[in-house]
Design a binder for this molecule. Structure first.
Ligand SMILES: Cc1ncc(COP(=O)(O)O)c(C=O)c1O
Length: 390
């Protein structure tokens, strides 16, 4: 039997479909529709009787190459790309839930995900119970007869809490629910949720899959019966599809994904250790540090600890803002997953819309700063933070 290609090889090679011109780099099919040989062929393509491209809302060769490459990286049968990460979560909910269903969701997921479940989907009769990402027993307690979906993100943002995917997959199976894992922070390079028992993997491709902060994109990955079979007809009807241009940029991003994830994780670990030794820093949240409460679980579940490091400075908001304002290299922006390091104050930005009590309960203090480490030299990042910590 042929040797199975490794992740590095799949990232560069999987999914490429050459045209008759034998181009070396993947072709960008910037076209909204495809031409048929005759009326008969048009009719059978529309009916689905004959395979082939029809219209880029649901069929495009560049988008297919991106989907096939990401599916290979996640070790999945099927992948469907969407216009953004939020579109991937919405599409998943629309095909797997209906009014009267119940969802159990981690209370430490991306803010828009919380709004989607507690606001928009609630209006359509889907009820969601939010629970701790780390207390597995709470998920069992929150499950009901009509629970259809478990949804989580690990590590969480910004406190890098780790959920036990294998344990939660067992709870989800007992509850008769699907387990969906938002794998944005790890990507398949660091964590492969399907191998740990998850049913669906969700991506905001906008983050590490692109890696250079250029385009929006999303994806849902898993078995064909749960992904392509329901989602392609959904995209065809509802339209939150990935543009071929964005798919092409993302394909190029996947080629360097493994290198970037490993290098950015190594740099983040070095920066986290440096921060932990600084007297002005009260606490560092990074799964790669032995001081992290789920350090052992992270070591089992992930290949490396990722690029997001959060830390609490002494002196609350004033000190945190002073530190951020003293940086000259880091970009003050909420995005992450970029080769350019970003820095943000969660309590007044990404988590500013939730109440003070909710922030306190979640442990998002006024002195908390989140850094998403890129590819600059760590010594330069330390110097950039040192200025505000002095
Ligand atoms: C973990 C996570 N999931 C989903 C999203 C949403 O992705 P997008 O911005 O591509 O819609 C984000 C965006 O920041 C995110 O961080």
């Amino acid at each position: 039997m042929d040797k199975k290609p490794e992740l590095a090889t799949l990232g560069v090679r999987a999914g490429q479909a050459r045209t008759q011109f034998h181009e070396h780099s993947e072709a960008l099919f910037l076209t909204s529709s495809f031409v048929f040989d005759n009326a008969q062929q048009a009719a059978s393509r529309f009916k689905g009787g004959e395979e082939g491209m029809v219209y880029s809302r649901f069929t495009n060769p560049t988008v297919s190459m991106f989907q096939d490459r990401l599916a290979a990286l996640e070790g999945a049968e099927s992948c469907v790309a969407t216009a953004s990460g939020m579109a991937a979560i919405l599409a998943t909910a629309m095909v797997h839930l209906k009014g009267g269903d119940h969802v159990v969701c981690s209370n430490a997921v991306f803010g828009a995900t919380i709004q989607l479940f507690s606001g928009i989907l609630a209006r359509f009769g889907v009820e969601t119970t939010f629970v701790s990402p780390t207390r597995t027993a709470d998920w069992e307690r929150a499950s009901k007869k009509n629970t259809k979906l478990f949804f989580l993100e690990t590590p969480s943002n910004p406190l890098t809490e780790i959920s036990d995917i294998a344990a939660l997959s067992a709870v989800a199976k007992r509850a008769g629910a699907l387990l969906a894992v938002d794998n944005v922070f790890c990507t398949p390079v660091l964590q492969r949720p399907l191998e740990l028992g998850a049913d669906l993997v969700i991506h905001s491709a906008t983050k590490y899959l692109d890696g250079q902060g250029r385009v929006l994109g999303g994806a849902v990955v898993g078995a064909k019966a749960l992904v392509a079979d329901p989602l392609i007809p959904f995209l065809r009807t509802a339209g939150p599809s990935l543009s071929p241009f964005n798919a092409w940029v993302l394909l190029k991003g996947l080629e360097t994904l493994e290198l970037r994830m490993l290098a950015q994780s190594a740099a983040a670990l070095e920066l986290a250790r440096w921060l932990e030794s600084n007297k002005q820093v009260k606490k560092v949240f990074y799964p790669g540090l032995p001081s992290h409460p789920q350090h052992e679980l992270a070591k089992r579940q992930q290949r490396a600890a990722g690029s997001v490091v959060s830390f609490e400075v002494k002196g609350g908001r004033a000190a945190a803002w002073r530190l951020i304002d003293a940086t000259r290299l880091m970009s003050i922006t909420a995005n992450l997953g970029d080769v350019k390091t970003t820095i943000i104050h969660p309590a007044s930005t990404t988590h500013g819309r939730i109440s003070q009590e909710a922030r306190d309960a979640a442990g998002i203090g006024e002195g908390l700063v989140r850094v998403a480490v890129g590819l600059e030299a760590v010594a330069d990042l330390e110097a950039d933070l040192e200025r505000g910590l002095a």
